[in-house]
Each structure stands twice: as C-alpha cells, then as structure tokens.
Design a protein around this ligand. Structure first.
Ligand SMILES: Cc1ncc(COP(=O)(O)O)c(C=O)c1O
Length: 398
C-alpha cells in the first residue's frame, strides 16, 4: 500500500488536502441545517441578554456544571434509569467540556487503578487515551438478511484487570445500537469484575437522537456500575465543547474529582445555551426532523446505490443509528484494501479505512481491512458522486 493509512492521524492530512476538490466521505463532521443554526443563533442572542448570563459571566463557577442544566438532563434520563440507580437528579449528572473529556476521566481512573480499558472492535479510536493500557476484543459477525449484518459483542471474560468497558451506541463506525439484553450482559460482567461500563451515546438520545430504530431501547439505562456519556457535538454545538456524564452519584463524584484535577471545567455560555435550547425551543424536534430524518434518508439512498450498482459480494452493518455506513467486503485483504484506498483517492473520493477503528494488535489482520466507514454528512453532491465512484472502483477491483 503506497498510501499507508491505518491510523486516524494518517488520514487527517489526506482529508485536509481534500479541499482540493475530492469528495471527503471520511470525516465525521456533524450534519447541521439552516433551521438548526438559526434556532441556535436566536437562543444565543437571548442568553447573552439574559440576567443569568450577566450574573455568571464575571465569575468562576462550579466544577459539576450548571445545576439547572444538570436537573434538566437528569429529567430526560429519568424514565430510562433502572431501579438500581438510587435516584435521578442533578447529583447524577456531571457537565463536561465535550464527551472526550469524559473519556479522559475514565482513562485516568483506570490508569490510577493500574487496570485496563476494554473495548470492542471496530470502535471509535478516541477511548484509548495515551498512557492507559487498553485492549480490544473484536466483535463477531452475525449475518442478517441480504447484505445486512450485525456485530455481536464478543463473549469475553471481563476479569479483575479490567477497570472500564467503553462502547459507543449508536456505534461509530458501525451504527450498532446496544439493546437492553446486550447492556444487561455487559453490565453484569462489569459488576462482577468491579469495572464501570461506559456507554457513549454521542449519537444517541436525547440529543442528537440519531437512533433510527424504535425496536431497541436507547442505551441510557444505568445500574450501579453503568454510566452514559452524552454530547451536544452532533446536535449543532460541536465547537462549543459540551458533553455530560449521567450515572450513579458515586461515579459522578469520582469523575468530578478528575474534572477538577484536569482543570477543564465546561464554559458557562454553552451550558446556558444548551439549557435555553432544550427548555424553551423546539430543539429536539428540529434535530429529529432535520438531522435524523435527513441521515436516515441518506442511509437509504446510499444503500440503494450499493444494491443496484455493486456486482461483488458486500455487506453493510444494520442501520440502527448514527451518521455512517459501515461497508464490509468479505473478499478484501490487507493488500487489496491499500489498492482500493489508492484507487478511490485517484477517483477523487476519501473514505475512512476500517483499520483506523481497530487497535494495534488487530491492524495486521485482514479483517481490520475488509471494511470502510463512509460518512453520510458530506455535502449531498459529494455523497452522490462518492457512492457512484465507490461502486465503480469496488467492481473494478475484482
Ligand atoms: C463515538 C463518539 N463519541 C464522542 C465523540 C466526540 O464528542 P465531543 O465532541 O463531545 O467530545 C465523537 C466524535 O466524533 C464520536 O464519534
């Protein structure tokens, strides 16, 4: 492979060069809409002229985050919280400067305990914080109907060496949404090992609410050792760096200590903005109608191109949520994947090679190279162009 891309950092320069006219279907940039941006801009103007903002702007503020925002988030999660959770109020919520901050706190907690972090490949590459010993177990492939498949969590033992298990749901890159049964199995294993189960709902409910299927419950239930991480990034506020952790009080208190030791409290303004949006506007409805509905439409359109134009065996992960198509070519090898990536680049299309979502110990396997992640948030014309080129190039490889 002449353009060796098996890490996200190697993909970035290629994506940046894409300004030169290539269709960038690799980036995970969130989808937005004029209506969403307008609504945020109007809410921001109200916040700036509010009494609350004037009161808060010149002062340092609490490490846990805005109490009203914490109450409001807790209220959204309350109906989904399992009976094991002692209560569901502000004491169950920590506001963070983006979901990624939460993963740092989890990593730090695990590192201090001299334990490891466990995830299931393919997975979002940002959980393996530097300095944290992490391991990845690969998910098993369960065939569905036609080209559709679904990953099953591997049946691994979770031993005392594991301090935390982290899983994205809806999944980046796969689009898999954990169902209550899967959460239960993981939570039980984690509880036995004294590990915390971290469910990253950056694409999930309540915001941005990119769950396409109602057949499976949103991954928000938490027991004594389960926490949910949320983010406003895919809900119009990526640049504002706003996320949160919902979970039992003892975990919230623990991560609040991490947050204060990192000294990266969430800024006041985005918190007031989010509070205004979720309390006083039709924010959730706009997300559902503009963002989720558009992504669901793009999923269908992209899959249709593959179904009608690909004449080689292929698979796509079940579209349960999120903003990506995860396409798997069963016959592809590591060598072939390099050639495919090169040819796609030559045709003016950048995709994220599957290996980016596997850890070091798995990058050498063919399985890590059989798939690619296609982001559905590229401009519509690029997406249409890219879908056609992907079909042509893949057909030409065989
Ligand atoms: C699975 C997942 N979690 C979290 C994030 C980042 O969230 P934030 O921007 O709030 O740090 C992303 C961003 O792409 C993501 O894909």
């Amino acid at each position: 492979m002449s353009t060796k891309v098996d890490r996200w950092s190697e993909l970035v320069p290629i994506m940046l060069a894409t300004e030169s006219g290539r269709a960038n279907l690799a980036s995970g940039m969130p989808l937005t809409s004029v209506r969403l941006t307008d609504s945020i801009a109007e809410a921001a103007a109200r916040v700036v002229s509010s009494h609350e903002w004037r009161q808060a702007v010149g002062r340092y503020h609490g490490v846990l985050g805005n109490p009203e925002l914490r109450d409001t988030i807790a209220a959204f999660f309350a109906p989904r919280v399992s009976s094991e959770a002692a209560s569901s109020g502000r004491e169950n919520v920590l506001i963070t400067p983006g979901a990624q901050a939460a993963f740092r706190y989890v990593g730090e907690h695990v590192r201090r305990q001299s334990r490891r972090l466990l995830m299931f490949g393919p997975e979002y590459p940002e959980y393996g914080t530097p300095g944290v010993d992490s391991r990845m177990a690969c998910s098993a492939i369960m065939p569905g109907s036609g080209p559709v498949f679904r990953y099953a969590l591997p049946d691994v033992e979770i031993g005392q060496d594991i301090g935390a298990v982290v899983v994205s749901s809806p999944g980046n890159p796969t689009g898999k949404v954990l169902n209550p049964h899967e959460i239960h199995i993981l939570a039980t294993k984690c509880e036995r090992a004294g590990a915390v189960l971290v469910i990253d709902g950056a694409y999930g409910n309540p915001w941005p609410g990119l769950n396409f299927t109602t057949a499976v419950a949103p991954p928000t239930a938490f027991g004594n050792n389960v926490i949910s991480v949320g983010s406003f990034a895919k809900a119009g506020l990526a640049g504002e760096r706003l996320g949160f952790i919902v979970g039992p009080k003892e975990w919230i208190d623990r991560f609040a200590v991490e947050q204060s030791s990192f000294q990266v409290f969430p800024p006041v303004f985005p918190q007031l903005l989010a509070l205004e949006l979720i309390s006083n506007t039709d924010y959730s409805a706009i997300l559902a109608h503009d963002i989720r509905a558009e992504l669901a439409r793009r999923q269908t359109a992209f899959r249709l191109v593959l179904a009608t134009r690909l004449n080689v065996p292929y698979q796509v992960h079940m579209a349960e949520g999120g903003q990506y198509v995860w396409m798997r070519l069963p016959a592809l090898t590591r060598f072939g994947a390099g050639e495919l990536f090169e040819k796609l680049l030559g045709a003016g299309v950048v995709v994220a090679p599957g290996a980016v979502f596997f850890s070091e110990e798995h990058k050498e396997t063919d399985e890590a190279w059989r798939s690619m992640r296609i982001s559905l948030t590229a401009p519509a014309a690029d997406l249409e162009y890219g879908a056609g080129r992907i079909a042509e190039v893949v057909n030409g490889l065989h």
